[in-house]
Design a protein around this ligand. Structure first.
Ligand code: EPU
Length: 335
């Protein structure tokens, strides 16, 4: 069942050529339970779209390949409940919901990765986060081998955060996620600047969910590198949140600095802007680099090791800290 010394390059979107000492592809919950019965210390690999592997992995690697998506029996007036197993490709799942005219996931089009990992960091883009459409998930508890249900409040979703990234880290394996989507009167979210501009480009004044999805796809393609072409893991850092006082001091020196007000006392600054100001955008350091269109994304030109990418990340952290007095936080899981 387990294969020995397998390269993980095809299984992580950064394209890092690290090795798993033992590796197994799992396509049923029953098989997963059998493995978990014997091995408690395992590494779960799903879409591999939010990890940077900096070492070979000596504990068993389980590649979750649980497939299936369907409309559940639960239904409310304007809501439909759609369930997908963890190994479903995220974007294919989004397209399937749109083909069925279910609204809610259109702004999350083209995000790399699988359904099972989407709640881990509460994926978000263009004004929408998973938590806005999430209903519940099922997860296998490693210590007991039992399936537990997590409703939304139990997941404690925050900006790129959930319990599965902190207090429950390594304790649960998400096996399926159920979303609550609209059947009609979809609540479109087109406020994010670039969406309007993209729709106007195509003279669309009354967009439907497919139009919004197409606009998002076009924006993402223009800014973010496709892991098929160049290894990456999306945003490598989180956008930092600073105090209004710190913001006012910085604004005097950098009046063009973009920002989003979070509350009366907190301001979010785009990390991509900070990194660009430090001169990193589009720069290459050996096999590692900073993407030319979005400085928040680190890239692997082909043969970078995880350590090379991490060294570049550390250089960026240090430079941003020295220039702006802001300590960026890494968003990707470092293995
Ligand atoms: N900016 C720069 N230079 C750059 C990049 C951005 O000056 O190199 C400025 C832009 O001009 C703009 C602002 O920063 O004023 C925001 O840029 P953008 O709209 O590209 O969004 P972001 O804040 O950099 C976040 C998410 C992305 C998500 C976009 C759109 C995080 C960590 N990242 O990026 O998520 O696609 O918003 O919603 O919150 C991901 O998580 O992997 C990811 C790609």
């Amino acid at each position: 069942m387990f294969q020995k010394n397998i390269s993980l390059k095809p299984y992580n979107t950064f394209g890092i050529n690290a090795y798993a000492k033992s590796f197994v592809m799992v396509n049923s919950i029953h098989q997963l339970q059998e493995i978990i019965d014997k091995h408690k210390d395992v590494f779960i690999l799903s879409g591999g779209s939010n990890i940077l592997i900096t070492n070979n992995i000596s504990i068993p690697v389980i590649h979750l390949d649980l497939k299936g998506k369907f409309v559940t029996e639960k239904e409310d007036q304007n809501l439909v409940y759609v369930k997908a197993l963890a190994g479903e490709n995220w974007h294919e799942f989004v397209l399937w919901t749109l083909e069925n005219n279910f609204g809610g996931l259109e702004n999350l089009s083209l995000i790399p990765g699988n359904v099972g990992t989407s709640p881990m960091q509460n994926i978000g883009a263009y004004g929408v986060e998973i938590k806005d459409v999430f209903y519940e998930l099922e997860a296998l508890e490693i210590s007991t081998g039992k399936i537990k249900i997590f409703k939304k409040d139990k997941c404690k979703f925050g900006y790129r955060e959930s319990v599965f990234k902190n207090i429950h880290k390594g304790k649960f394996i998400i096996t399926s996620v159920t979303f609550q989507l609209t059947k009609e009167n979809h609540q479109l979210n087109t406020n994010y600047g670039a969406i309007q501009t993209e729709l106007e480009k195509h003279q669309i004044t009354e967009p439907n969910i497919i139009d919004v999805s197409n606009a998002i796809i076009a924006i993402r393609k223009s800014k973010l590198p496709d892991p098929k072409d160049i290894g990456n893991s999306g945003s490598f850092f989180k956008n930092p949140v600073i105090s209004v006082d710190q913001f006012k001091d910085l604004e005097k020196e950098y009046p063009k600095m973009p920002y989003y007000k979070i509350s009366d006392s907190l301001i979010k600054i785009p990390a991509g802007w900070l990194i660009e100001q430090c001169g990193f955008k589009g720069k290459r350091f050996g096999e590692a680099g900073v993407h030319k269109n979005q400085a928040l994304v680190l890239v692997n030109y082909g043969d970078a090791t995880g350590k090379e990418i991490l060294d570049l990340a550390k250089k960026i952290l240090q430079t941003v800290s020295n220039k702006f007095g802001i300590d960026l936080e890494i968003e990707v899981n470092i293995i």
